[in-house]
Design a protein. Structure first.
Length: 203
């Protein structure tokens, strides 16, 4: 049979005569597990650090127990509880990434839910400070660390959850950026509020 006849027969039967094409396609679109493999140690270390910091925040909460009263729930939610939410979000994302789950859609949904929860909490916390008149006393530096930076982190997290099913490698990078931003904000804020609580008690 001639070359043209072979091509027509394969085309008629729906057979791909180029065996390298599927490999090229697979290489161009890596699976979720392949994309997550290089990040395994990163998310393991990040999750361990976040879990440790959540425990240390209970110490910070005991230090600030005499500073935050029932009339200052908005400040407590904005300046102390928010750090627990940030560390918890990092820990949750790390568990989602490291979990032996094959479904890309499920991972995407869980990451998206974490990002939306963080955005909702940030919005409610800021609304509470505005309602109680605390926001007018918050300087620009604290607005950046306590309000703006966490929102940026959760936006990256939400975007990563949206594109995880189509742009896996980009989503993994976005999650790393999100975790780094939230970790930076949470560590700074936890230390800042602890120092502030100690100095207020001394005064």
């Amino acid at each position: 049979m001639t070359e043209n006849g072979t091509w027509r027969s394969c085309h008629h039967l729906g057979i791909n005569e180029n065996p390298r094409e599927p490999a090229d396609v697979a290489h161009a679109m890596p699976s979720l597990m392949e994309a997550l493999a290089p990040w395994h140690e990163f998310y393991t270390l990040l999750g361990s650090a976040s879990a440790t910091m959540v425990g240390l925040l209970f110490v910070a909460a005991s230090v600030g127990s005499g500073v935050f009263s029932r009339n200052r729930t908005a400040g407590l939610r904005m300046f102390l509880s928010a750090s627990v939410v940030h560390f918890g979000s990092i820990l949750a994302v790390c568990l989602i990434v490291l979990a032996p789950v094959q479904s890309v859609i499920l991972r995407s949904f869980l990451v998206l839910a974490c990002g939306l929860f963080g955005l909702a909490y940030s919005a409610l916390a800021w609304r509470g400070t505005v309602r109680d008149g605390i926001s007018v006393n918050i300087d620009l530096e604290d607005r950046f660390w306590y309000a703006l930076l966490p929102v940026v982190g959760y936006l990256f997290e939400t975007a990563a959850g949206v594109i995880l099913t189509t742009r896996t490698e980009l989503a993994c990078g976005g999650l790393a950026v999100s975790a780094g931003i939230l970790l930076l904000a949470a560590v700074h804020n936890a230390w800042d509020i602890t120092v502030w609580s100690v100095t207020r008690k001394q005064d």
